[in-house]
Ligand binder design. Structure first.
Ligand code: NAD
Ligand code: LMR
Length: 329
């Protein structure tokens, strides 16, 4: 059966990096045909139409159809997967509240259009920032669609964290597992190594032989590096991460749809797990079973970790309050 995938912001940078990987079968596998719906705002239609021409020229056997539109009703029609990448970037002089308001104006109507037009089993992944709160707004506006179907991308943070550990230990990144990202996709996030393994052994033990005081290394080096990586890329590259973000989006959606025995991290709705207030979309350790994310429960959280999780969750609560104060939630 053909899977219908809606991509918002399809004329943007991440969109361009995502489209060709989806068409090549990296998302759902080499035997799964896809139909793409590219949703843009009028200013972005030309770039999305150009990408559609190139998709045609790629002669991808799995790609059945591409449609470009600026109408959410058309864009989300029959969507099995919705990748919400398009967002309003922070402009000069814009305060955080302005950014939240501008994005609430995008993700509210998109949530409503998803509820009205997408397939009944739609799964939504929000990439556009602020991703967690945008996902919350979309979920709240999507009457009848369970909040569990709305997720925010924190897989890029997890990939970054795994790569930092692998580089520090000079091991292949594939050997580094069970790194958890807690909280918000922002500088307050907590990349947690307490459960992480390297080739099946405790990562913290392996790190202590390399870096010495592993707590100090986490506080002074690892956490700021991972949590600040988005800003580092912006500074070095001159614009925000693109191909790594697209790759993490592929990882997130593929595991969600096809299942993941390994733990990974994703922004999913809280039912109160680990003391995270109900309804927030926060990053947790998750595993995908039968097509839905399950939060890995029962992990022990020490005092040091608790304070870091609480700080990021406090930021998510602030964002939710700010959107509520604007009357948009
Ligand atoms: P970009 O500016 O190149 O592209 C964004 C596109 O979205 C533009 O083409 C724009 O026209 C379109 N758009 C804006 N509003 C829209 C709407 N209402 N409907 C449909 N399309 C709309 O930006 P980019 O580099 O592709 O990044 C996209 C977003 O992803 C940004 O918010 C960025 O901060 C975020 N991001 C998130 C992560 C993550 O890990 N969660 C990582 C990197 C970037
Ligand atoms: C990233 O993590 O690369 C993006 O969310 C961009 C940013 O502002 O950090």
């Amino acid at each position: 059966m053909t899977t219908t995938i809606t991509l918002t912001g399809a004329g943007g940078q991440i969109g361009y990096a995502l489209l060709f990987r989806i068409a090549a079968g990296d998302l759902l596998g080499p035997d799964e045909p896809v139909r793409l719906r590219l949703l843009e705002i009028p200013q972005g239609l030309g770039a999305a139409e150009g990408a559609a021409l190139e998709l045609q020229d790629g002669a991808f056997g799995l790609l059945e159809h591409v449609e470009v539109t600026d109408d959410p009703a058309v864009g989300f029609d029959g969507a099995d997967l919705a990748l919400l990448v398009g967002a309003r970037p922070r402009g000069p002089g814009m305060e955080r509240g302005d950014l939240l308001a501008a994005n609430a104006g995008i993700f509210g109507p998109q949530g409503a259009a998803i509820a009205a037009h997408a397939a009944s089993g739609v799964r939504v992944t929000v990439v556009g920032n602020p991703a967690n709160t945008n996902a919350l707004i979309a979920a709240a506006s999507a009457d009848g669609v369970p909040a569990e179907r709305f997720t925010a991308l924190t897989r890029l943070d997890e990939n970054r964290a795994r790569a930092q550990v692998a580089q520090t230990l000079s091991v292949p990144v594939d050997e580094v597992r069970q790194v958890i990202i807690w909280g918000n996709h922002s500088a307050t996030q907590f990349p947690d190594l307490s459960q992480a393994t390297v080739a099946g052994q405790s990562a913290l033990d392996a790190l202590s032989t390399t870096v010495g005081d592993v707590r100090a290394w986490q506080e002074d080096s690892f956490i700021p590096r991972v949590a600040g990586r988005g800003a580092e890329v912006i500074q070095v590259r001159g614009s925000s991460s693109v191909a790594s973000a697209a790759s993490a989006t592929i990882d997130h959606v593929r595991d969600w749809v096809l299942g993941s025995e390994e733990w990974t991290s994703a922004g999913v709705v809280s039912h109160g797990e680990y003391g995270v207030p109900e309804g927030l979309i926060s990053s947790f350790p998750v595993r995908s079973e039968n097509g839905s994310w399950q939060i890995v429960e029962g992990l022990e959280i020490g005092e040091w970790a608790r304070a870091r999780i609480d700080a990021s969750v406090a930021e998510l609560l602030d964002e939710r309050e700010a959107v509520r104060a604007l009357g948009m939630l």
